[in-house]
Design a protein. Structure first.
Length: 74
């Protein structure tokens, strides 16, 4: 079975190690933290088998799992 590629909000395929930018403010559940529009995220890890939260990354040393629909390739 072949996995479908993970694409960003503009249709570009994302790969491990890519740099991306947030295209929307994202509230973090369970915390009083908001990831701001335009935040650059370096060295992502793509996880197509996980479901809708298919990008692992670290922002300011904190691990997050994000949906690729809120990202654009930098």
């Amino acid at each position: 079975m072949r996995e479908s590629p993970v694409i960003d909000a503009f249709g570009q395929v994302l790969h491990d190690g890519d740099n991306v930018v947030l295209i929307k403010d994202l509230k973090v559940k369970g915390a009083s933290l908001t990831l701001k529009l335009g935040t650059k995220v370096r060295n992502i890890r793509v996880r197509p088998e996980v479901g809708d939260h298919n990008v692992d990354c670290k922002i300011d040393g904190v691990a997050f799992t994000l949906k690729s629909e809120f990202l654009r390739k930098a």
